[in-house]
Design a protein around this ligand. Structure first.
Ligand SMILES: [Zn+2]
Length: 354
């Protein structure tokens, strides 16, 4: 909203839930030959909140608990049952204490007949694709994250113009039956499904530096939600196995999946070209609502792409150019200084142009 004399930025609703703290892993894992401490930790949400507080103009709210039906729009019933009970079953099977972290150590060999073993260690391997741990509070934290996203979508269905969901753990690497990449429930897909169920033509724009492989898998054959992802080339970057430009969907979803992989170190000039192409695709789709999978790990500090400084405000401004009701869902962003600075930059960039 603006007048000739003054400019008053709209206030943006933010959904955040304290239960995210129940998933706060501490055990190091081996990545590329080095033992590293976990990067997806509770402190991430604190840093975003600090940034929002500093920027001002955000209205923090706690969401109601998401309905199981909204989770079933995206995930299978058996996966939800597994996730909810995995840690307690693992403790019974292994005698581990409550604070221990359950991690898969074996997976089925591709192409071999898959009988379904019932031991929890086998199920951890069936339902995950990397070394993410399940803690005693992971389910409750994932539900809190999904609740934020569902409430944000509900608010947009109710007429809000833009809402931010401070979801953690993040979601865009979670597929209907797979957790991985720090993600357990696909918050972005849950928000988009809610908008689509309300009859709005819905698009997802994923600007995290890693391909939204889980989101692509959720909507691959659906066609009710258009997906567009701008990310580092999966030939050399996580999640490696999906995210190429020729992956366009199948069945009713044919032509509704769009990938824009970029070379390592791509800075704003190359990035903005791909972002512009993704936004044009969403325009041509005549979308009526948008979900932005908001990763800020495109920052140069993360070693994939090379955005910095005002580039994040420019992302927000570019998205505002679509002039659509928009749900922002938090995805990645880890390195020091990035979350607290670049998340508010995207959101205020959006509001300033809305
Ligand atoms: Zn990421």
């Amino acid at each position: 909203m603006s007048t000739d004399d003054e400019e008053v930025r709209q206030v943006m609703i933010v959904f955040t839930h304290p239960d995210h703290r129940l998933h706060d892993p501490t055990e190091p894992h081996r990545f590329g030959g080095t033992m590293l401490p976990p990067a997806e930790i509770a402190e991430r949400a604190d840093r975003v909140l600090q940034g929002l507080d500093h920027a001002g103009g955000f209205d923090l709210r706690r969401p109601p608990q998401v309905e199981r039906d909204s989770l079933l729009d995206v995930h299978t019933d058996r996966y939800l049952t597994f996730l909810e009970s995995a840690h307690s079953r693992w403790r019974v099977a292994t005698g581990s204490p409550e604070h221990a972290e359950a991690v898969a150590y074996i997976r089925p060999v591709p192409g071999t007949p898959l009988t379904r073993p019932t031991h929890i260690d086998a199920e951890l391997g069936i339902y995950s694709n990397d070394v993410d741990p399940i803690l005693s509070g992971t389910w409750q934290a994932a539900i809190a994250a999904a609740s934020c996203a569902a409430a944000a979508a509900e608010a947009v269905v109710g007429g809000e113009r833009s809402v931010y969901s401070l979801s953690r753990p993040p979601g865009h690497h979670a597929a209907p039956e797979v957790f991985g990449g720090y993600c357990f429930l696909n918050n972005t897909a849950i928000a988009a499904s809610r908008l689509a169920r309300a009859g709005m033509r819905t698009a997802i724009l994923d600007v995290d530096t890693h391909h939204g492989n889980g989101t692509q898998t959720v909507f691959w054959e659906r066609g009710d939600v258009l997906t567009a992802s701008v990310h580092g080339d999966p030939t050399v970057h996580f999640p490696f196995f999906l995210g190429h430009a020729d992956e366009t969907g199948a069945g009713p979803g044919a032509g509704a999946n769009h990938n824009y992989p970029l070379a390592t170190g791509t800075a704003w000039s190359g990035y903005s070209e791909a972002l512009g192409a993704a936004l044009d695709t969403i325009r041509r789709h005549k979308a009526e609502a948008l979900v932005v999978a908001l990763g800020v790990d495109t920052h140069v500090a993360h070693g994939v792409l090379a955005l910095e400084g005002n580039d994040f405000g420019r992302i927000g401004e570019s998205v505002a150019g679509l002039d659509l009701p928009t749900v922002f869902v938090q995805e990645g962003g880890y390195e020091a200084g990035v979350l607290e600075r670049d998340v508010p930059a995207v959101l205020t960039g959006f509001l300033d142009r809305s």
